[in-house]
Design a protein around this ligand. Sequence first.
Ligand code: HEM
Length: 480
Amino acid sequence: MSVIEPLLLLSPAILTFFLIWVLSKRKRKHLNLPPGNSGWPFLGETIAYLKPHPATSMGEFMEKHISRFGKVFRSNLFGEPTIVSADAGLNRFILQNEGRLFECSYPKSIGGILGKWSMLVLVGDMHRDMRMISLNFLSNARLRTHLLREVEQHTLLVLRSWKENTSFSAQEEAKKFTFNLMAKHIMSMEPGKPESEKLKREYITFMKGVVSAPLDFPGTAYRKALQSRSVILGVIERKMEERRHKVHDICDEVEEDDLLGWVLKQSDLSTEQILDLILSLLFAGHETSSVAITLAIFFLEGCPKAVQELREEHLAIARFKKQEGRESKLNWEDYKKMEFTQCVINETLRLGNVVRFVHRKALQNIRYKGYDIPCGWKVLPVFTAVHLDPLLYNEPQQFNPWRWQKGPSPPNMTMTSSFMPFGGGPRLCAGSELAKLEIAVFIHHLVLNFHWKLAEPDNALVFPFVDFPKGLPIKVHILT
Ligand code: HEM
C-alpha cells in the first residue's frame, strides 16, 4: 500500500485540512519565522499559556519559552498561529503601527459578549469615531472640572463606611468605588438606588462570563453572562428612553454632563452602537481600575516604608489645604503635588500588570530584526514580560516605588517602550489619566485615615485576568 492510499480513505474534510497544512508548511519554508512550537493540533499551546500564575510573575509558559527561544517566538494560541513578543521594541513597533501593519484582533467571544460595536473589537473609522467620543469624555479638562470632584466623593462614600477593627474584602470595596463612579459618570446613576444595585448585580454575572471559556450552553458562565448582557442593555436602553423624553419635553433640564446625554445630543450613533459603547466603557473603566487599587492596597501593606512616605506627602497636602482655609475638597494643584504617589502607581502597574497582553494580527508580511511575521498571523505583545525583565528593571519582583524617582532604566531605554501598562499607539487606553487620578485620590484618603493589614493571606493571581481568590480580606484601624 502506498503512502497516499490511507489518506484517500479519510473524509474529504480531513483531506482538505491536510492539504492546507502541507501547503502552508511549504509556504512557511521560505520565511524566517522566529523559533517556537505549535503544540497540540487545534489547541496549540493555549492551555499552558493561560495557566493561572501569580500576577507578579510572567508565568511558567513565558519564562520557559523566553529562556528556550528568546524574546520573540512563535506558537499556536487561541486557535491561531501566533508570534509572541516579550521584546520592548517590538511591542512598541506593533502598537505604533496599528491600522497600517497590525490591527487589533480580539477573539470572537469578546465581540459576542461586549458587542460588535465595542471599542475593543472595532477597527478603522468606526473605532476612531468611538474613540473620539470616549476621549472627549475622559479629557484632562473634564478631569479637572468634573471628575476630580466625583472621584473624591465616591472615594469618601466607600471609605467612610469602613468601621474600626472590622475585616472586609478590599477588592469588593474597590469595585464598589469604580463601579459607582463609572455608573454616575456615564449615566448619572446614583449609588444605592435600586436600579444601580440591580445593574451592579447583573454586572458581576456578566464579568464572570467575560473571563470564562466561551461555551454557549445552558448553565455555563458564558451563557449566564449573555443573559446578563441583555438585562444590562435593557437598563441602559430604559435610561436612553427617559433621556429622549426629557429632550423632547423640556430641553433645558436635560443632563448633558454624562456620557449618555452627550452621545444622544451630539452624535449620530444608532441605539445599538450607543448601548455597546456604554457597556464597553463600563467594562473598561470599572474592572481595570478596581484591580489596580486592590493591588496598590496589597503591595503597600507589604511595604510600610512606602506607606510612611505616602503619609508624609498627603499630610503636607492636607496641611496646605487647611492653611488656605479649604477644609474638604482636593483641587488640581493638590493632585499635581502627589509625586511619590505617582511612583507608587507606576510601580503597582509595573509589578501587578493589570492588562498583561493585547491581541493583534499582522496585516501584511513584516520583517523585524531578521524574523518574518507572516500576514494574517496573530501577534501578542506581552507587556508583563517587559515589565518583569531583569535587564530593564533591577530586581523586578520587588515592589520598589523609588525606582521611578530615577527615571527609566537602562537610561537609553525610553519609558514608552519599557513601560506600557496602558498599551500604546492609536489605541492607548482612553481612561489612563482617569485611572491614575482614581488611584491617587483613593490612596490620599486611605493613608490619611487608615492603617490596614491583611486579615488572611491572599495573593494576586492571573486567570488570565488579575484577581484575588479571597478578595483580599483586610482589617482596618482608623487613624485619629
Ligand atoms: C489601571 C487601569 C487601567 C488599565 C491598566 C488599562 C489598560 C488598558 C489597555 C492596555 C488598553 C489597550 C487595549 C488594546 O490596545 O487592545 C486599554 C484600552 C482602553 N481603556 Fe483602559 N485601562 C485602565 C483604565 C481605564 C479606565 C478608567 C477607562 C475609562 C473608561 C478605560 C477606558 C479604555 C478604553 C475606552 C480603551 C479602548 C481604547 C481604544 O481602543 O482606542 N481604561 N486600557
